[in-house]
Design a protein around this ligand. Sequence first.
Ligand code: ADP
Ligand code: MG
Ligand code: ZN
Length: 481
Amino acid sequence: MKGDYEAVIGLEIHVQMSTRTKMFCSCPVEFGAPPNQNTCPVCTGMPGVLPVINARAVEYAVKAALALGAKVNLKSVMARKNYFYPDLPKGYQISQYELPLAEGGQVVIETENGEKVIRLVRLHIEEDAGKLIHDEKGESLVDLNRAGTPLMEIVTMPDLSSPQEASAFMREVRKIMRYLGISEGDMEKGHLRCDANVSVRRRGEAQLGTKTEVKNMNSFRFVEKALEYEIRRQVQILEEGGEVVQETRLFDPSTGTTRSMRSKEEAHDYRYFPDPDLIPLVLDKNWVDRIEENLPELPRAKKERYIKELNLPPYDAGVLTETKEIAEFFEKVVAEGVSPKKASNWVMVEVMRIIKEKELNIRHLALSPSSLAKLIRMVEEGKLTGNMAKDVLDVCASTGKDPEEVAQEKGYEVLSDEGELESVVRKIVDEHPDEVQKYLSGKDKIIGWFVGQVMRELKGKADPRKAGELVRRILNEKKGS
Ligand code: ADP
Ligand code: MG
Ligand code: ZN
């Protein structure tokens, strides 16, 4: 970085929890419903109604806190965050302030220089606001379907040092939330949004610089772009002898720049106070302990286990644990007796190709792990060549049929009669004395060409490895003569 500056970044991430209903009422949480359909007197802020906290949302947030190694406060307090905006019918958002649901914890991310621990400040629960739609006529419309949607806010210490680390952190959080099954993490639906705080300072300096906060970004790329721009902008100000102004900024994806939204002086005074409509949230220690005992294996632990116990390369382990569903599929193939590396190759290359082409979740793939295991065994036993197996796999993946049946239908039967294969090899060798001479004069690569001829003659129905061995043996017979 110019003039040897370093960036300091802290994130506030909002995660939408995948509960069926809203945070304080029983309206459904649903994306894309007709405007204001999923509303009631509670989430539209009518007078005289009372909020009732969603137990499932609390459970999800506790799950997240425990998975992140945070300390769960058995008593926490819901607070009113007061501000006026048309998407907030009550005039306040119910959130947590002085006593959040959880404190501390960490997320480990992978960086160019290895693993890095990002410490967390806190994790709290709150409700989302509604949505404003500014139409072509210049009117602003209010849709309160989203108002009251359960959110979790995760705040980091300023431990991140680059835009790439910031997006790696977000990805890791999303992966963990998906493993826990508490958020779909769909960025396009705004399930994961981030406010990024950033400052710069000369390398080696102990004191933090003045920060700016870039609000509400819902894409990994935007977070990186916004931070890159902000870091450049702040360094330039300091280089020119100026001072960074503490303010809130907005990222404009169309220009890749940020602009000021409000300065520190204009900052909201939210006048937080405990919400008198909600008693303190008191959790039963046994309930929390049970949630902890039932946490699933998390992606990092799974990856470690694949490396240590299954002897997989770190790259494979990383790809296979990217989602819980892929990991489960892979583990089922291994459970059928396939060696982990073989299973890994097939899942990483062929299965991942198919789900990408079909834009499918692996859960909806017609191919079962046991069918894949069977197919892999057929290749190992020399009943199918690699290319035949890929063809069969494609059919199995769209029909769910048994691989043996598909291979039969396609007439894919590898010539298992060694005698027949040998006679074809001898015929080809006899027909090509020039190529035989080339082999005898040391051109070893010509074996591949012979194998190609054999495969063509047999319309691909031979095991290329066996054919190769035979070609070599028969050519070597010519050496003596
Ligand atoms: P505020 O009171 O402005 O909300 P907080 O202390 O609550 O500030 O911190 C909000 C976020 O900003 C946290 O993620 C924190 O790590 C980060 N942060 C705080 N100070 C700095 C700084 N000087 N540079 C970068 N990030 C910072
Ligand atoms: Mg703050
Ligand atoms: Zn409602």
